[in-house]
Design a protein. Structure first.
Length: 288
């Protein structure tokens, strides 16, 4: 093994186990630790080293992968071993907000720890496969030296020195996904009232939504330029459409909670006099 490293994994939930498994399959030494015992059985059978404490897991490590529940659990595990982590590269793959990621980076800097934050755009089964993508930000030198290992988990992309950047992208992508899933639930509820099953709806929704995502770069041009003038499908047009879809939902006897905030954003722009402008202008209503 020309470049065998010690890759410690703290946190053996579904994702931590998948990450440890990928590092093991590539021939690295993988000490693992989890708060609750028994989650490393399969990994140990595959060659991982069981450790009883986080301190034991990171001893002699080249790279420490942290995959816990949330920001608070990261601190509860790393705070007591901060001194031992000095000069070690720590990669946090726990989902944290951008602000929490920046806070962790400041904490790491204060303890001379090289810190990278990552946003995993994959579910555990995808780890190590071609569709898995993980976004990183923070310490560029740490990314460069860890990249060979990080590529084992999925394509590894470094976004920049701001440690909050990976989390910002992660949550932006998840927000788009959840809004789409909620829209699918609304459509399924509407069609259920007409006696049509969700499976049949899904068959139609996939090609429709796939085609519609093709308009995202066009919408992005409005947002990035701040120029929302359009000759097609302005906010008046979209207001008429949304109003009708909301009426259809009420006719069907279903709640319209998913659509209400979209309608409110359109109504606000129209009320402010921007009815002739593009739908993408609703982003202006999302300022804090
Ligand atoms: N699973 C997924 O699809 C998503 C994909 C995108 C990224 N997420 C994030 O990854 C983090 C871990 O997710 P997970 O799927 O591994 O989650 P669980 O299976 O629930 O495992 C959680 C682990 O965290 C440990 N833990 C929780 N609290 C503490 C604590 N206070 N101190 C120490 N460890 C803690 C827990 O340990 P235990 O309950 O087994 O003792 C698990 O090892 C997460 O941020 C996702 O958002 C995954």
């Amino acid at each position: 093994m020309p470049d065998q490293r010690t890759v410690s994994v703290l946190g053996l939930g579904a994702m931590g186990r998948a990450l440890a498994g990928a590092a093991l399959r590539a021939g690295h030494r993988v000490p693992v630790w989890n708060r609750t015992a028994g989650k490393d059985t399969d990994l140990v059978t595959a060659g991982a080293r069981h450790t009883a404490t986080p301190a034991a897991a990171i001893s002699g490590s080249d790279l420490v992968i942290v995959c816990l529940l949330d920001h608070a659990s990261v601190h509860s595990v790393l705070d007591p071993i901060a001194a031992e982590l000095s000069d070690v590269a720590v990669v946090n793959l726990t989902s944290t907000t951008p602000g929490e990621s920046r806070e962790l980076a400041s904490w790491a800097r204060a303890h001379d720890i090289a810190f990278l934050d990552g946003g995993i755009m994959a579910v555990p089964d995808m780890i190590g496969g071609p569709a898995a993508s993980i976004l990183y930000s923070g310490d560029a030198a740490a990314f460069d030296s860890a990249q060979q290992v990080l590529e084992l988990f999925g394509s590894a992309e470094f976004l920049g020195a701001d440690p909050g950047l990976a989390a910002a992208h992660d949550f932006a992508l998840l927000a788009a996904m959840y809004a789409m899933f909620a829209g699918f639930a609304h459509g399924a509820a509407m069609l259920r009232s007409a006696g049509v099953g969700a499976a049949a709806f899904a068959e139609r929704a996939v090609p429709w939504l796939t085609a519609m995502t093709g308009s995202l770069p066009w919408q992005a041009q409005f947002i990035d330029s701040g120029d929302y003038r359009t000759s097609v499908q302005n906010l008046h047009f979209n207001k008429a459409a949304l109003d009708a879809i909301v009426r259809a939902g009420r006719e069907a006897g279903i709640a319209v909670d998913v659509l209400r905030p979209v309608k409110a954003l359109i109504d606000e722009q129209v009320a402010d006099g921007y009815g002739e402008q593009a739908f993408a202008r609703i982003v202006e209503g999302l300022r804090g």
